[in-house]
Design a protein around this ligand. Structure first.
Ligand SMILES: O=C(O)CCC(=O)C(=O)O
Ligand SMILES: [Fe+2]
Length: 300
């Protein structure tokens, strides 16, 4: 679901200068959310665009959206904090922005590191289907990625897949295995706002289809010790996710928002030869997590 910004709204947003944001703990402060909303809702068609956005994320069959902010990024400068404040304003219309690492900035850089585990965040290889913060009891309701630079060598399309649809295509036996607390992944250290460490966890939590998380990362197939039957069921789910995937290349200024209760995400490998690209020219995303407001459809 790609959402363009009407040119009248673009023009109004270019002239807007939102104040610097403030944090309350690691959440965007209510005062900032209120200030941004007041300024933004005065711009023509802003509320229409955010209603479309929310519908794409939580309506029937929905679960992700790409807001195309490339023109705004170009006009303001993608590195200009004025642009990032506008994006933060759009995000806050979906749910409450927060950081899982209180000492880090609200937005986290995801660059390209040639010597990192290629399958993990900021690695150069295939980033398999996953949800972010899978091993917290309360993962972010939304994960969002703002594209600053694409891979100059042309690789790295984003991949998305409807998690509940993939689960529905599995056999009952596999689903029963996925509902057992037999899975674990990664470490959990000093994280804020995502509950406690969950280990081991069930991939399916027994809530109604479309409600709970499909708590899954295909990265566990390679990196966690799992029993044979549970690993086989998880591998089947990973295969179904790939079968149902959509993929597209994020462009500079594209803002991808994923409802983690509906869709899982990942990224195809970057093009070979990243070591020849200067660090300052490599692909760069900025990541921000969102917590749903109680009672607005996407909360627990
Ligand atoms: O690089 C990407 O496009 C995705 C990164 C990602 O999903 C992550 O770091 O959690
Ligand atoms: Fe991710």
């Amino acid at each position: 679901m790609f959402i363009d910004i009407p040119s009248k709204l673009e023009a109004a947003l270019i002239d807007l200068s939102l104040p610097t944001w403030e944090l309350d703990g690691s959440f965007l402060a209510r005062s900032t959310i209120a200030e941004y909303r007041t300024e933004l809702t005065a711009a023509p068609r802003f509320e229409e665009v955010t209603a479309t956005l929310r519908h794409a994320l939580t309506g029937e069959g929905g679960g992700y959206a790409v807001l195309r902010l490339g023109n705004l990024a170009k006009a303001l400068g993608i590195d200009d904090n004025r642009f990032l404040r506008l994006v933060t304003g759009f995000a806050a219309e979906v749910a409450v922005p927060f950081s899982t690492f209180p000492r880090w900035p609200l937005w986290k850089d995801i660059g390209v590191k040639v010597d990192k585990d290629p399958g993990k965040s900021s690695g150069i290889g295939y980033n398999a289907f996953h949800m972010d913060l899978v091993n917290g009891t309360l993962p972010p309701d939304y994960t969002t990625l703002l594209c600053v630079r694409r891979d100059p060598l042309g690789g790295g399309p984003s991949i998305l897949s409807d998690a509940h649809a993939a689960v529905a295509r599995l056999s009952e036996d596999s689903r029963a295995l996925l509902a057992e607390s037999a899975y674990h992944y990664g470490t959990f250290f000093d994280l804020f706002g995502v509950g406690e460490e969950y280990k081991p966890f069930p991939i399916l939590d027994g809530s109604d289809p479309g409600e709970g998380f499909v708590r899954f990362t295909a990265k566990m197939l390679e990196r966690s010790e799992l029993g044979q039957a549970h690993a086989d069921a998880a591998r089947e789910l990973a295969e179904e996710l790939v079968r149902g995937q959509v993929s597209f290349m994020l462009q500079p200024g594209d803002y991808l928002i994923v409802n983690q209760r509906r869709f899982l995400h990942g990224r195809e490998a970057l093009h070979s030869g990243q070591e020849t690209v200067p660090v300052s020219d490599r692909r760069l995303l900025l990541q921000l997590f969102l917590r749903a407001r109680p009672g607005d459809g996407s909360a627990a």
